[in-house]
Design a protein around this ligand. Sequence first.
Ligand SMILES: Nc1ncnc2c1ncn2[C@@H]1O[C@H](COP(=O)(O)OP(=O)(O)OP(=O)(O)O)[C@@H](O)[C@H]1O
Length: 249
Amino acid sequence: MTEPVLEILNLRKNFGALKATDDVSLTLMPGEIHALIGPNGAGKSTLIQQISGALTPTSGTIRFLGRDMAGMDMAARARAGLGRTFQISSIAPEFSALRNVILAVQARQGSSFRFFRPVARDRSLIEPAMVMLERVGLAARSRIPAGELSHGERRLLEIAIALSLEPKAFLFDEPMAGLGADGSKSLTALLSELRHVAPILLVEHDMDAVFALADRISVLVYGRIIATGTVEEIRSHPEVRRAYLGEGA
Ligand SMILES: Nc1ncnc2c1ncn2[C@@H]1O[C@H](COP(=O)(O)OP(=O)(O)OP(=O)(O)O)[C@@H](O)[C@H]1O
């Protein structure tokens, strides 16, 4: 049987009396996009933050590639292959798009032997960095300072940086936020391909994107998962329609 890449078991996070995560169990399987949807305040960010290591669960287990992540901080989880973007921006605005990706490639390769070498002329860093920029469609913008890129382009640059770290799973927290229709469309196409690089746990309010992308959807309401299923199962689920999508959905 195929093992999940990420497995969450009976996770709970209390903020005082508030059960922000209330006995959540879910899996992320190889090759899939698993979308997590729910109304504002349902606990989506709280859940993602526990997976990334920004918040410590009250109880429960998070396993990544079979390993219990309890006690691992955010950096250790990132090194283990948990790729996360959109909440902590890792972009240096004064550096070119290329240089931003080079720094990530260098971090991945380990920089100790390169310390005194001029990074900008090191082909073993430039070539893989350009491959990442090409993959996200930013190759033609490689020389532009990151601070001058559009909002949508910075999203793509964040993905190129995340890709350089060779993730084994992606956590994407509202990647479509603030993008126009064109930006959402191209990011949707990119995420659809990225699932083959590493599976994606996707928190997203843009339901068009969710319905276009998700292999499975879990619906979170008041910290609890009320349903997990395919797009069709979730669209026709009576409790989901009542609690979240509305009867017109
Ligand atoms: N640090 C905190 N201390 C106390 N309560 C918190 C804290 N962080 C979140 N909460 C509460 O936990 C609940 C879940 O919040 P969370 O931000 O995870 O929801 P969300 O589903 O991500 O919402 P949104 O869609 O608006 O981003 C909310 O009631 C929120 O007010």
